[in-house]
Design a protein around this ligand. Structure first.
Ligand code: AMP
Length: 288
């Protein structure tokens, strides 16, 4: 397995991908904040199966953090990331410094998607999505990928970035990838390493609740109240888990719905003492 090229500058990333595209080859980009796990790996593998070259960006984007403590304790494991990305099929790692991405500190230009960003995560994390869309726009400019891969784990982010690309006629196809879980159901997240054993055990209540709702949906339950009650119940009996929100929303518009007749997503964010965790299940009557 060849070592992936290590790119640290925007001009270097652009030169790499332009050279690839000039040869008629397709470039896939997998934007990450590092601390790579099997969820990231699945995105990289998907990109490698569909593209000739795969760039994985590793950048802990300061402007999308609303909590300085979260930013300060975000895990950083570049050596292990390089290894994992290479094994999954990455041909280049783009690891810019903060100075490279934001030479003046916070940029004066922000990309904002309105409508999809005021709810759910956006309501709890002011400025978060402006940071996400701005860094994604910058990464797309730097790498000019044909396709960029995003996980359904961060469902709202996926919708927001897809909408940005569509609204701005960006020449990149946004590819959604399924949420990957641990065997016991916990959604993989870089922040999971912060959980104590006790927190981790109680965090399992999140996926347990969502799975119960999903099972009821598959049996024909469509009422939001009933589905939410099933998802909420295990979390309510986990003393360390504090839900921020639990909503059934339309899969496209992210507006809350009373019934899951059209494709919908049941999304939750739960605060544990050491990490805030996101999870969701897609309830699509056509995806049986
Ligand atoms: P992050 O490094 O957390 O910013 O995530 C980078 C990309 O990996 C995003 O598109 C995430 O949605 C995706 N991702 C993170 N965790 C998972 C997971 N458990 N399953 C699938 N994709 C994931």
């Amino acid at each position: 397995m060849p070592e992936p090229a290590l790119l640290t500058t925007i001009s270097g990333a652009r030169a790499y991908t332009r050279e690839v595209r000039a040869r008629g080859l397709r470039v896939g980009l997998v934007p990450t904040m590092g601390a790579l796990h099997a969820g990231h790996q699945s995105l990289i593998e998907r990109a490698a199966s569909e593209c000739d070259r795969v760039a994985v960006s590793v950048f802990v984007n300061p402007i999308q953090f609303d909590s300085p403590a979260d930013l300060a304790t975000y895990p950083r494991t570049l050596d292990a990331d390089t290894e994992r990305a290479a094994q999954a099929g990455a041909t280049a790692l783009f690891v810019p410094s903060e100075r490279e991405m934001y030479p003046d500190g916070k940029p004066l230009t922000l990309v904002r998607v309105s409508g999809l960003t005021e709810v759910l995560e956006g309501a709890h994390r002011p400025g978060h999505f402006d940071g996400v869309t701005t860094v994604c726009a910058k990464l797309f400019e730097a790498c000019e990928p044909d396709r960029a891969y995003f996980g359904e784990k961060d469902y709202q982010q996926l919708r927001v970035v897809s909408r940005m690309a569509w609204d701005l006629n960006m020449a990149v196809e946004i590819v959604p990838c399924p949420l990957i879980r641990e065997e016991d159901g916990l959604a993989l997240s870089s922040r999971n390493v912060r959980l104590s054993d006790k927190e981790r055990r109680q965090a399992l209540s999140i996926s347990r609740g969502l799975k119960a709702a999903e099972a009821a949906f598959q049996e024909g339950e469509r009422r939001a109240d009933a589905l939410k009650a099933l998802a909420a119940e295990p979390v309510a009996s986990a003393p360390l888990a504090e839900p921020d929100y639990l909503e059934l929303v339309d899969a496209e518009t992210l507006e809350t719905v009373e019934t899951a007749e059209a494709p919908a997503v049941l999304l939750t964010a739960v605060r544990m003492p050491s990490a805030r965790l996101l999870d969701n299940v897609i309830l699509d009557p056509t995806r049986r």
